[in-house]
Design a binder for this molecule. Structure first.
Ligand code: ADP
Length: 512
């Protein structure tokens, strides 16, 4: 019986009580004893390992290296831990390799040299270490700046790579600095005040915005998050810093946008107010404009009632015509008002139809005759018989009526007013030429503005709306209105309507 085995009972008793694996080999590297923890660790039955070469527990790739180690070890003897600074592996019966730590203790028994190895399976510890070193790596590689500093002295103790990169300081330089060296806008007293809420308290956080100054003196805006952290007995502070340059850019852009919108809103409000003012002005104008025609109607109606004789029909007709003319005038003012509203709200709907040009012109002139002053004469266009055009009949009527009425209104008695029509393939152009009071040079540029009236017409009735409305309609329809005028000589107003498909001359059609 082997000497060692004589004592094996004691060995077993002792060794099974410890949590480490115990393995004894002799000089020939043959396993002479194992405790149950070793058997369990390597996956063997009790006593199964006994008599086997130690190599059975060492991965093949380490065999040669291990052989050297053992031989050297026997030469030097002495207790020591194996695997200092490098990873050692064992192999289980299943072939699975696992990390372990080994402490070697040589001893001599009855002149035989043995080595007792204490073995620790460090699989779990290695996993934890990996986890920790991975966490450390994540912190270090984080692009956010992470600082650790002493809560008392404020000296930095650790600073991640992101911080070193962003600020330009090395770790060695950081050891000589405090957060105050990075924060030019914060004084020591202010900084200590900021730290107060988190001093000695875990789980609390302080957040604020400031700027950081790099080693090269440049600065950048940052958001700072600080929280306390206890390291052993020391109070530390961990600060995570976010570079918010981009966010501030975004905020600035947002502010500019808000400003823009506010401006737009203000403009809209001003417009709204102007519109209200215009309406008020218009209403007062209209009520004023209604007075004269209404009193005219009243007078005429009273007079009609007085001419009771059968022979006074002519007189009655005259007054009835005056009434008709005034009513039409009032009607026009009302139409203008409705037109403004529709133009303003974009609700005007245009209806393009084919209609006879001469019919419209005749109607306009017929109505205009009602307000002819004594001796005034309208020159009728000769070239429009049997011409049909495709346009909005109502608007053509409105435009012609407006410029023709103005010509009569702003011309003295005994003058001629000429209405000319030029027909083209794609447009029809009307000219109304008068020899009236004309428009003073300085007023000309304002003539199409709503409510604008030249200084030489202020004693003549009017609202200053008509031309503005006509211009609005023409712009919507793709046409144009313009004028030439000389004070005391006369004016020519020109209105142009586009024609998409038709300028039909029935007579021409017949002749071809
Ligand atoms: P109103 O109701 O005042 O006639 P309009 O909008 O039709 O309004 O015309 C605006 C202004 O243009 C007139 O007040 C007048 O000063 C000037 N005007 C328009 N047509 C003529 C014209 N044929 N001769 C002289 N002035 C004119």
């Amino acid at each position: 019986m082997h000497v060692f085995e004589k004592n094996s009972n004691i060995f077993n008793l002792l060794s099974d009580a410890v949590s480490e694996g115990i393995l004894v080999i002799n000089r020939d590297k043959i396993i002479v004893a194992t405790n149950s923890r070793t058997d369990e660790m390597f996956g063997y039955e009790k006593n199964e390992l006994k008599g086997s070469l130690l190599n059975i527990l060492i991965p093949k790739s380490y065999h040669a290296e291990h052989e050297n180690h053992i031989n050297k070890y026997y030469k030097r003897k002495g207790r020591r831990r194996m695997a200092q600074g490098r990873n050692l592996f064992g192999v289980r019966k299943t072939g699975e390799e696992f990390p372990l730590e080994v402490g070697l203790n040589p001893f001599t028994l009855y002149d035989n040299t043995y080595v007792m190895a204490l073995i620790l399976d460090v699989t779990d510890r290695r996993l934890k270490e990996q986890e920790i070193s991975h966490l450390a790596q994540i912190l270090d590689e984080s692009l956010n700046e992470i600082y650790v500093f002493d809560a008392q002295t404020l000296r930095f103790t650790n600073v991640n790579y992101g911080a070193q990169k962003n600020t330009g300081y090395s770790m060695a330089e950081f050891k000589e600095l405090t957060p105050l060296d990075l924060k030019p806008e914060i004084t020591a007293t202010e900084f200590r005040k900021l730290l107060e809420p988190i001093a000695n308290k875990n789980g609390k956080k302080v957040k604020f915005d400031t700027i950081h100054r790099r080693k090269d003196g440049t600065t950048y805006p940052v958001e700072v998050h600080m929280q306390s952290s206890i390291k052993g007995k020391e109070n530390m502070v961990v600060a995570i810093i976010l570079d918010i340059t981009e966010r501030l850019d975004y905020t600035q852009k947002l502010e500019i946008k808000v400003e823009e919108r506010t401006k737009q809103l203000k403009n809209a409000l001003v417009k709204e107010r102007d519109l209200n003012e215009l309406k008020t002005k218009f209403l007062s104008l209209v009520s004023h404009e209604f007075k004269t025609p209404l009193s005219g109607i009243l007078t005429s109606a009273t007079l009609v009632g007085k001419y009771t004789d059968a022979g006074q029909q002519e007189k009655r007709d005259k007054h009835l015509n005056t009434i008709k003319g005034e009513v039409r005038h009032l009607n026009n003012i009302l139409n203008d008002f409705l037109s403004i509203e529709r133009l303003e709200t974009g609700k005007e709907i245009y209806r393009l139809t084919e209609f006879s040009l001469s019919k419209v012109v005749n109607e306009v002139i017929y109505n205009a005759n009602m307000i002819l002053k004594s001796g005034q004469k309208i020159d009728y266009p000769q070239n429009i018989d049997d011409v049909s055009i495709y346009q909005d009949e109502k608007i053509v009527t409105l435009a012609l009526t407006n410029i023709l009425y103005n010509a009569l209104k702003y011309s003295p008695e005994d003058t001629e007013i000429e209405l000319k029509v030029d027909l083209y393939a794609d447009k029809v152009v009307f000219h109304v030429i008068d020899q009236g009071i004309g428009i003073p040079h300085d007023d000309q540029k304002h003539i199409f503005e709503r409510y604008y009236r030249a200084e030489n017409v202020l004693l003549t009735q009017g609202t200053g709306i008509g031309l503005n409305i006509v211009k609005g309609h023409l712009e919507n329809l793709g046409g144009a209105i313009r004028f030439k005028s000389e004070e005391n000589k006369g004016s020519t107003f020109t209105v142009e309507f586009p024609l998409k498909n038709t300028v039909k001359k029935k007579r021409d059609q017949k002749s071809t």
